[in-house]
Design a protein. Sequence first.
Length: 223
Amino acid sequence: MSRLFSPLCRSLVLAAAFTAVGCSSTSPVKYAGIASASRMSPNTSDDSDRIPFRYAAPVDWSKYRSISIEPVDIYSGNDAQFNDLSVDERRQLAEYMRKKFEDVLAEKFITNPPAGAAPALKLKLTLTGADTTPQVIGTFTKFDLAGGPYNIVQSVRGGRGLMSGYVNFAVEVKDAASNELLLAYVAEQYPNAMNVGATFGSLSAAETGIDKGAEQLLEKLRQ
């Protein structure tokens, strides 16, 4: 009986997961509590699947040599998307986000320069949502006959894997001297759907999403 029950249980869990995927959306919104949200519009670029709303002023990024990074805010509005993520887990992700963005942006900029350094940028990051990856079952779905094919398709499409964690955040980049808003967007990031390594540790998928988000911002500031 136990040999039959275990596969049955797994099938029921996967069926519930597929239902949840079909009924829920984790896409970022124009969060009411984000100052620049009113200036964002639907993104029509190729990265609209990860960045649904954005604002961008014409900017010569090459003239900027330094960037100040503010402490990451943890969004508390009614439209936040943290699901059951605990307060401690939110703080852990916020701390990880600040360090990761600082490390990645240091490839191009002097980070957190002395006051008065110009021309300089100012970066504000807001963690607006995240979810964990269920342990064991999150890894199992990469290989199971039900979850595996779904994840393969999602991997090709660049979509989120079954029962995979994610992270949502807002980015606001301003000129440090004038406080002019230069770039703002909301983003969702997650690992490749077949990234098995990102299933070990409940926050590993969200942290991988942060890694990708930092690289994405660096790419934009190099354009």
